[in-house]
Ligand binder design. Structure first.
Ligand SMILES: [Zn+2]
Length: 428
């Protein structure tokens, strides 16, 4: 019997995200595979039929992953390949294959979910946030693409995923420094997150606004300028918008998502919820989008002077005002050059920040610090009733007044307070 040529495993990548560790095998053709765990010590075995390893596993960076080392061997008289991961801890593996797309051939993906990965960053629950009375407006900032999905690639190996992460980080810092706002990054490093997961992360962090930051490519290098997009239920407002949405929605296939469910809750929601809350959040999105465009126009050429709409998967949050912001076209050589510089990245971040801040100050969510400021209550001062667990310094922080001012204003001689005691909060 003649053996068919074995499939070459040409590349192997390991990427760590807060949620999981991802191992990607680049394959010459589709393969059969099997994954199982062994204990004492913890190991994960990946058997790939009729394959041979052509990639160097010794070069892989394994710091911060649960993988201690990676070994490989031939099995069944050199026919099959076995890859063994020596692990620090028990992991829950999930594996799937991806079909060729764009720059990639067949891929085998193994995701490891560990104990450590499941401990998410603590998030204040709604009830806690209501207790704090003057909550911050939370801006979730999503840097597009990541990991296996580089996004657009410009001259000099300029990757969209890197440019937008840098703009997104600056933007997060700006919100963190601004009273009444909190900025949070959806993607914090070079890994891929499924599009529906990005909105889910924003929702978990109780975001009031979702911003997806991009810098894309178009068919022709001539096209340039920044643009701002919102979701559309009806169809795209222009050919460019439709084309771009299709392109962005392909990201899951490139970045690698195990199963894209076609009838997930997005579609279930479509009938009722979209009609109700979406109309409100869409008009908020459009208002905010126009303010962001106005600011972007001060630092960059605009591709379109009004907010465009198309069916972007990443914007499908019916209740959170959401925008996809194209900061420019990486496919335009002049714009790519600018996008590569940190000074231009900072200008773009500042412009987006100004637009979103103005929109939220015009239309602050109920119960937020911004709403309090807008209603002018800061001039009157308000009364606060001490609850169990309160401390003077924490109350001072909450209302953004100095500890000393709070004490003086209430004529307090000591730092001791009691439950039920009333404090006058001085004007900010
Ligand atoms: Zn993009």
């Amino acid at each position: 019997m003649l053996l068919a040529a074995r499939t070459a495993v040409d590349g192997l990548r390991v990427r760590q995200s807060p949620e999981k560790t991802r191992i990607v095998f680049d394959l010459g053709s589709p393969v059969e595979h099997k994954v199982f765990s062994l204990t004492d010590p913890h190991r994960l075995v990946i058997d790939i039929s009729n394959a041979e390893l052509k990639a160097d596993v010794d070069e892989l960076a394994l710091e911060r992953t649960p993988i201690r080392s990676i070994r490989s061997s031939d099995r069944n008289e050199g026919k099959d390949l076995r890859v063994v991961l020596d692990l620090e801890e028990e992991v829950k593996p999930r594996s799937f294959v991806l079909k060729p797309i764009m720059q990639y051939g067949d891929r085998l993906v193994i995701d490891l979910y560990g104990e450590a990965a499941q401990t998410r960053e603590p998030v204040a629950q709604k009830s806690e946030r209501t207790l704090t009375q003057m909550r911050d407006v939370v801006i979730a900032i999503d840097a597009g693409h990541g990991g296996d999905d580089p996004g657009a690639i410009g001259p000099g190996n300029l990757y969209e995923k890197n440019v937008v992460l840098s703009i997104a980080s600056t933007l997060r810092d700006l919100f963190e420094q601004e009273p009444g706002f909190r900025g949070t990054l959806v993607r914090t490093g070079d890994y891929y997150i499924a599009l529906h997961k990005r909105t889910e992360i924003a929702r978990q962090r109780q975001a009031d606004v979702f911003l997806s930051i991009h810098a894309d490519a178009f068919k022709t290098p001539k096209v340039s300028g920044a643009s701002v997009y919102a979701i559309s239920q009806k169809g795209a407002t222009s050919e460019t918008a439709r084309w771009l949405a299709e392109k962005e929605n392909r990201a899951d296939l490139i970045g690698g998502v195990g199963s894209v469910s076609l009838d997930d809750k997005d579609d279930l929601l479509a009938g009722v919820l979209l009609d109700l809350s979406m109309t409100a959040s869409l008009s908020a999105s459009l208002d905010m989008g126009n303010l962001v465009l106005k600011e972007l126009g001060k630092v960059n050429k605009l591709h379109k002077k009004s907010v465009e709409q198309a069916a972007f998967a990443v914007l499908k949050s019916p209740d959170i005002p959401s925008l996809l912001i194209e900061t420019g076209y990486i496919s335009n050589p002049g714009e790519a050059k600018k996008l590569a510089t940190s000074s231009h990245q900072k200008k773009l971040a500042r412009a987006i920040f100004n637009g979103v801040r103005d929109a939220m100050q015009d239309n602050p969510p109920a119960g937020s610090y911004l709403a309090w400021v807008k209603e002018g209550r800061q001039d009157e001062g308000i009364t606060y009733v001490i609850e169990r667990g309160d401390t003077l310094s924490e109350i001072a922080d909450r209302y953004r007044v100095s500890f000393k001012k709070l004490k003086d204003f209430n004529g307090l001689r000591s730092d001791t307070i009691r439950i039920g005691q009333k404090l006058k909060i001085p004007p900010g």
